[in-house]
Design a protein. Structure first.
Length: 321
């Protein structure tokens, strides 16, 4: 009986032949199929594909490398960030963001100060989850970029690093003209602690003109469990956007804000089931008996998930675990 591996070898030989085809369409499909292949031979073929004369083949190779690891893969994708074709650059950036190769940190940090804003932003995006202290300097420089995408990705690096020394720069970007940058700032401020500096900057985000900034601020307040945000979050329960109200309710529950029992009880009457769900969960977290009346009045909520949370919250308010 022939070894099972003979079949895989034959398939790889066939793919290698198609990678050398004069037809770009054939080469592109071969690159796509190589994503399912294993071993160094397949990776070598894909890395060669990054230098193919046809942009669609290069893009397919960059996408397929999502299934392969190693410093050589990251280096190849970093070079592709400077490809002449935009689709190749963006595909390489998306794939690179999924890689977590700390050894390639210096290469990415170098590209984080590249003259091309796209290359800068892509390198910073790839640096985020590596959590490399050496990346902080490049991230802080990125905050001075005229390109909002670069500033936003720089904030992402700072947020992952939870770098307190970056607080003055974050306070400055909280007033950025671009709402996506302000939103990223609110996310990056998650390292703040109750009673510490910068709290007023975060809380001010609950009044931002952009609803996504307000939403992100409520998320950070929830993660920090920030008691100073209790009154502003109660006011935020009147926000015109239900997504913001939902995140505010979640934050009030995490803070265990007894002062929010009444406003959360009223939220159980909302037309939005997600908001009712978060309000019920928050009342359960707070476990204040004053919430029982509103919870019991909503016990027959039409949404089964809401009813389940209401029953749980009622038990909590009655002193059951």
């Amino acid at each position: 009986m022939s070894p099972v591996f003979d079949t895989f070898d034959d398939d790889l030989d066939d793919l290698a032949e198609r990678c050398a085809s004069p037809d770009a369409g054939v080469r592109r499909v071969a690159m796509m199929e190589l994503a399912e292949a294993v071993g160094p031979e397949a990776k070598v073929l894909l890395l060669k594909g990054l230098a193919d004369a046809d942009a669609t083949v290069r893009a397919a190779a960059a996408k397929a490398l999502d299934e392969h690891d190693g410093a050589d893969v990251v280096e190849g994708l970093v070079r592709s960030l400077e490809d002449a074709d935009e689709a190749v650059r963006r595909t390489a950036a998306d794939t690179l963001a999924e890689k977590k190769e700390p050894a390639c940190g210096p290469l990415l940090i170098e590209r984080a100060e590249h003259a091309d804003p796209f290359v800068q932003a892509s390198a910073l995006r790839a640096l985020r989850e590596l959590v490399l202290p050496d990346a902080l300097s490049a991230a802080l420089k990125a905050l001075q970029s005229p390109n909002p995408e670069v500033r936003r990705e720089g904030l992402g690096v700072i947020g992952y690093l939870k770098a307190e020394e970056a607080l003055p720069a974050l306070i400055a970007t909280a007033g950025d003209a671009d709402p996506s940058v302000r939103r990223a700032t609110m996310a990056a401020l998650v390292f703040l602690r109750p009673g510490g500096p910068g709290i007023s900057t975060l809380i001010a985000g609950l009044s931002d003109e952009n609803w996504q900034v307000r939403e992100e601020t409520a998320v950070s307040c929830a993660k920090i469990r920030l008691p100073e945000a209790t009154a502003p979050l109660i006011a935020t329960m009147q926000d015109p956007v239900w997504q913001v109200q939902t995140k505010a309710a979640n934050a009030l529950g995490r803070i265990k804000a007894s002062a929010a029992v009444d406003v959360l009880g009223r939220a159980l009457e909302s037309d939005v089931s997600n908001l009712r769900k978060e309000a019920a969960a928050a009342l359960g977290e707070i476990a204040d008996p004053r919430g029982l009346a509103a919870l019991e009045a909503s016990a027959n909520d039409p949404d089964p998930d809401v009813r389940k949370l209401i029953n749980w919250a009622i038990g909590r308010c009655q002193g059951r675990p």
